[in-house]
Design a protein around this ligand. Sequence first.
Ligand code: HAM
Length: 417
Amino acid sequence: MQIQKPKGTYDLTPKEAFQRTYLENFIRKVFDNYNYREIRTPTFENTKLFKRSIGEETDIVSKEMYTFNDDEFTLKPEMTAPVIRAYIENRMFNDAPLQKLYYISNMYRRERPQAGRYREFSQFGAESIGSADVTADAEMIFLADAILKGLGLKNYKIRLNTIGTIAERSVFIDALKAYLSDFSAELSNDSKRRLEKNPLRILDTKDPKDLRILENAPVLTDFLNDSTKVQFEKLLSILKELSDRIHVDSRLVRGFDYYTSTTFEFVTDTIGAQNALLGGGRYDMLAEQLGAGQTPAIGFAAGMERIEMALKAESVDIPKETEIMLYICSAGESPRERVLEIINKLRAEGIKCETDFLGRSVKSQMKDANRMNAKYVIVLGEDEINNDTAELKRMSDGNTQKISGLKQIINYLKNED
Ligand code: HAM
């Protein structure tokens, strides 16, 4: 039987890969503009890194990690923990008090595949490490917004919340647990399981019955101290130019243990059930938990595939592959080697050109040139090569002109760029 790609993975054929690279380049430019610098980390990490940072009872760690049999290493399911690990290991805090880092990389989660949910997927994201100031939260959200907006997306909302400090949250969790325990028989199986292990995540439920029970549940906001509330209000006021998009949502808790205070998600209703284009938040305790001094930080990550789906849903045009400037057909057997010499010279001048490698007739070479959308074509036979002349044909209107000498062709085509 023919071997197929693993479940939850995908290929990018050249046309798709070209568009992906275009998006990546655009995103890199925005990161650079905001003075975020790229960081790259290994594809796999020590399993303990994820257990300790994401949390043992989260979905990712409890059931979605690709861990090798020896149980020591895991393919990275996300980048925040690896970035902080690298930040500490490379003592990057010595270089500057604030490190603004970005990444574009593949992640791995053994999830049930569906539209917008893969087992190998690409994330781009940013981490701003070192500032507890609310302006750093705002910059992160402005950055995420600038990327989505810059790409041409319009239909998305920003869900924003604060989940407070660990102390504030733990009082809330106790109250939530006490309330939900009275309904434990009626909760969905997922929520029943979470009630013991990770009750906060029940707030994320999509089960209608759970949602009804939650209507009268304690609300996290009521458990926050004044200082947390003041910070959040300050954040909202800095983000005022995004206020049309922002929806404060006290249910937004996100699926990682490392979050503190600000959490956010950019969601869209154009791509189906997996509607989060990106998610992030503050994680002020993580670096300390992994062995650094006190290091507040905030970041986000976005799913590239979901962004692509949203661009398609909103009919945003992404540039197509760049066209071939010149296709050289060879008429006859002997010119072919000379043609290769000539296109080498043209390519050395930065002119994108192509020729035939299959020994086809001039007619089928012309067809090939058409299929490739070549802008110009020349046909070289013995005579043309010996006389160093060529007839340059513009494919858009069939207009031809005689050109003598390779230099002249080069000059002409260079001016066309
Ligand atoms: P996350 O919410 O797990 O957060 O992932 C961020 C984004 O990655 C999601 O909003 C979604 O677009 C995409 N994504 C997640 N899982 C999949 C999947 N299986 N298939 C396709 N796309 C997916 C994080 O990963 C955090 N590290 C974000 C962060 C950075 N927080 C602070 N800094």
